[in-house]
Unconditional design. Structure first.
Lengths: 328, 373
């Protein structure tokens, strides 16, 4: 069934085009069939475990692409959780920085101020929305499963470690123009020179966020998630070292990447003590099995995704963040 | 370099098992025609090393039990402050694991050997316990001050290199950091080292990265203690780092390196070289594409029970350092296994190009990176 479904979907994609509405619907149809047969489905950015509708558990990861690694946790939770459970990753690196997250809630830009940039950069309609602070979510393309409360929210400090933010010169709102990770220049991100000129004329580069500012933002975000959403919070750190790069001569740099990441890792630990939340120690998890297969410090191999997923599942069960069959 | 030049290795366990292993540094120096002498000193906490530098060989006159006077003298002597220092190698490892004692009246420090129970007899241990009191492990701030003192007292701080520590704790990965567990202490120490290194001008041997690449589960036997195989990798990384510092007479990394087929992850075992981007004789810099590789029939990523899929992965293998392609062993379209040596890279054009069959056992690997297509 699974193989046939995949083949059929490839054919659909070829005939009607990839990422079209029809293809999405076809994909959802196949996944629904699979879910009905297997009681479980794992998608690109979500994983759902079937169970009693009386118990519904939502695990919601928000932000950077590193959090894709949360999704395999669903496979590990499959035999343990009670009730219908979904693990979903929403968003991308461009919406994951803490100041951008808070902007969505506390000072969202006016619709008329973001219309032009949204069109030029092909931003989603809800790019500036405070999606993280909505109490419920649905599984993408599977709204038929109904809404899930955000029982657990998983965040990452990786976007704050590396992303550069821009501020609109006139209206003052923040924007990360996105683009493929760190290597892209603005010309690549924005597509053509006219867009680059427009962006440069309208946005001022703010650079990377200070570690203490990021941690203050996280403190506020976590408090808000607890009070407004009622969610338990788990925050991931990221690998400190750069795979394949021998950094040794610190005389040349007074702010090497590794030092900045260590500051974040240690700052997050301090914050976890202050606010009492568990840390997803990606740094140790990736180091355990070896990082040589990683393209960069935050894109994980298939093995590492499994390791991380397993660890997330263990953490969720051990901390009692998700109801298990024995406790339900 | 004149004949009195000295390489001083403070033999903390991480150094002693890697570049400080018996004969290794001597062999590397001989291979590059250096006549520098290798001096091995006991490894120590940074405050003890600072004390050695400050004492300049002036040993306190107290009664020392028979048999340990030579050890006692080492607490107050070092060649790190000497004018002929060509390279000094230190480690921050002992900040985490060593036990240091302070003399109850004179205030100086001593660091007994780690295997105290075995190495010393009852009289010697009794002397230690009656004349000295144990000191607590230093905080990162105290280690920073000690490291700054070492830098200030060393004759040539710019020829010092310092090993950091792996933060990986073989005791397990935690989610609860309510207490200062090993991982937290190691991160603090490494951060301290990076900051001081930037200010003062040390080079750092990034053991944390070497161990991470190797895989902490195999590399770390106890906190900040590394298995033999991992220590060999740390040694090669250290030699490369020392090389790149460009210290006079300190060209220590391998002149001849093997070029191996890298793995991407556990799914990849056997692949095919689609095309070489370089030919023998080509000079490559960091980032240069070396060859294209395709792994077909990847095993299933969620089920490793030898279940193969019809998926494949294509990637380009990139040079992670510079060198000259001396030999290529297989042609385009050849099936290769992960770890198979498919070429030879020499450091530069001055090195005699060996045939791959003549590649010496134990030749270091040429570092490569991967770009997935």
């Amino acid at each position: 069934m699974q193989k046939m479904g995949k083949r059929a979907l490839r054919e659909v994609g070829k005939r009607i085009g990839h990422k079209t509405r029809l293809e999405r619907e076809a994909r959802a149809f196949v996944n629904r069939r699979r879910f009905k047969n297997d009681g479980f489905m794992i998608l690109t950015d979500a994983c759902v475990i079937d169970g009693s509708r009386e118990h519904r558990t939502g695990i919601y990861a928000y932000g950077g692409c590193d959090l894709d690694a949360i999704v395999p946790a669903g496979r590990e939770l499959r035999r343990q959780v009670a009730g219908l459970t979904s693990v979903v990753h929403v968003g991308d690196i461009a919406i994951g920085r803490s100041d951008f997250i808070l902007q969505g809630l506390e000072s969202p830009p006016a619709a008329e101020h973001i219309a032009e940039v949204s069109e030029l950069l092909n931003l989603d309609d809800d790019h500036f929305a405070a999606r993280l602070f909505e109490p419920n979510f649905t599984v993408p393309n599977h709204g038929d499963l109904g809404e899930f409360a955000k029982n657990v929210v998983v965040l990452s400090i990786a976007p704050d470690m590396v992303r550069t933010m821009y501020r609109h010169r006139e209206h003052g709102y923040l924007l990360d123009p996105g683009g493929f990770w760190l290597g892209s220049d603005m010309a690549t991100v924005l597509g053509d020179l006219d867009k680059v000129k427009w962006f440069a004329a309208n946005f001022k580069k703010l650079g990377r966020i200070k570690v203490e500012d990021a941690l203050a933002n996280f403190e506020r975000i976590i408090s808000l998630l607890r009070t407004r959403v009622g969610a338990e919070v788990l925050v991931a750190n990221a690998l400190v070292v750069d795979p394949g790069i021998t950094t040794f001569d610190y005389r040349l740099s007074h702010s090497p990447h590794t030092s900045r990441r260590r500051e974040f890792v240690l700052g997050l630990i301090d914050l976890s003590r202050k606010l009492d939340f568990p840390v997803l120690d990606i740094d140790s998890l990736t180091k355990r099995d070896g990082v040589s297969g990683m393209g960069d410090f935050v894109h994980y191999t298939a093995d590492q995704r499994l390791t991380i997923g397993r660890h997330v599942a263990e953490t969720l069960v051990r901390t009692g963040m998700v109801p298990t069959r024995t406790h339900a | 370099m004149d004949h009195t030049a000295e390489v001083v290795l403070t033999q903390s366990a991480d150094i002693a098992h890697s570049i400080g292993a018996p004969g290794l540094m001597e062999a590397r120096l001989a291979a590059v025609g250096s006549e520098a002498a290798v001096v091995r000193e006991p490894g120590a906490r940074l405050d003890v090393i600072a004390q050695r530098l400050a004492a300049q060989g002036e040993i306190p006159t107290i009664d020392v039990p028979e048999g340990i006077a030579p050890w006692f003298a080492t607490q107050f002597t070092t060649q790190l402050g000497g004018p002929n220092l060509a390279l000094g190698v230190l480690s921050v490892r002992d900040e985490l694991v060593a036990r240091v004692w302070r003399h109850r009246t004179e205030g100086f420090l001593v660091q007994p050997p780690p295997n105290l129970e075995v190495a010393w007899n009852e009289t010697q241990r009794g002397w230690l316990e009656s004349s000295f009191e144990p000191t607590p492990a230093p905080s990162a701030d105290q280690s920073r001050e000690a490291l700054r003192s070492v830098a200030a007292l060393a004759a040539k701080p710019n020829v010092l290199v310092v090993f950091n520590v792996s933060t990986y704790d073989p005791g397990g990965v935690r989610h609860d950091f309510a207490h200062d567990v090993y991982t937290v202490l190691a991160h603090r120490l490494d951060l301290m080292l990076e900051r001081v290194a930037a200010d003062v001008g040390f080079a750092v041997i990034d053991v944390d990265r070497s161990v991470a690449e190797f895989g902490g589960a195999r590399a770390v036997t106890e906190p900040a203690t590394y298995a033999d195989e991992a220590s060999a990798v740390i040694a090669e990384d250290a030699f490369t780092a020392i090389d790149e510092l460009g210290l006079e007479g300190m060209s220590l990394s391998g002149d001849v390196m093997r070029l191996d087929v890298p793995a991407y992850d556990r799914r990849t075992t056997v692949g095919r070289i689609d095309a070489w981007h370089v030919a023998p004789g080509a000079d490559v810099e960091r980032g240069a594409p070396l060859f294209d590789l395709t792994f077909a029939n990847l095993v299933h990523r969620l089920d490793y029970a030898a279940r193969k899929t019809n998926r494949s992965m294509s990637l380009t293998v990139l040079a992670a350092g510079s060198g000259r392609i001396a030999a290529v062993a297989v042609g385009d379209g050849t099936e290769v296994a992960v770890g198979q040596t498919v070429g030879v890279v020499t450091k530069d054009a001055s090195v005699q190009s060996p045939d791959i069959t003549e590649l010496q056992e134990g030749a270091p690997p040429f570092r490569v990176g991967i770009r997935v297509k």
